[in-house]
Ligand binder design. Structure first.
Ligand code: THU
Length: 169
């Protein structure tokens, strides 16, 4: 048996004005689009803005449904729109913001597990790590890749890995 440690580096900012210009601009877009979320069931309005390698920014917000599982998170709306419209462009950065009853959440918003997996796929697809900005009133955190959100993730290479032989050897 051996024990290893997986470390992540989190950069923390006190407010949006401390962010570098490109990150601040992307986060402003996420905040703006969160206002148009369709979230009548949770009242939790999330916005996501994705910066692509071609310079385009796509945005999305959560879209809820009376049949709950039919809804979709903001991150995946923004990411899937990007992949659908600019399939050759890598994702450089994503900013995510959330507000409850119109007020920015206190702690940085945390993407759900399903969104983490979708973000991981985008990194694998383009072989490029993406910067992730998570918005909150008390602090804004910036991560340098999905590995920081989803260590030990399942990816394409796991599908390609040969399994045990038929005899169970
Ligand atoms: N939600 C997102 O859109 N992104 C997140 O990162 C967390 C959760 C949405 C899903 C649902 O519409 C609402 O927030 C409450 O879970």
């Amino acid at each position: 048996m051996k024990t290893t440690e997986i470390r992540i580096t989190v950069r923390e900012f006190e407010n949006i004005d401390e962010l570098p210009e490109s990150e601040r601009a992307l986060l402003m877009e996420a905040r703006r689009i969160s206002e148009f979320a369709y979230a009548p069931y949770s009242g939790f309005h999330v916005g996501a803005a994705v910066l692509l390698g071609n310079g385009k920014i796509t945005t999305g917000n959560n879209q809820e449904n009376s049949a709950y599982p039919s809804g979709l998170c903001a991150e995946r709306v923004a990411l899937f729109y990007a992949n659908a419209n600019y399939p050759d462009s890598e994702v450089k950065m994503i900013a995510i913001s959330a507000a409850k009853n119109g007020i920015l959440v206190q702690d940085p918003v945390k993407p759900c597990g399903g969104c983490r997996q979708s973000l991981a796929e985008a990194e694998t697809r383009f072989n490029t790590p993406m910067r992730i900005i998570l918005d909150g009133k008390d602090s804004i955190i910036v991560l340098n890749g999905v590995e920081s959100l989803l260590p030990l993730s399942f990816s394409k290479k796991d599908l390609d890995t040969p399994g045990p032989s038929k005899g169970g050897e």
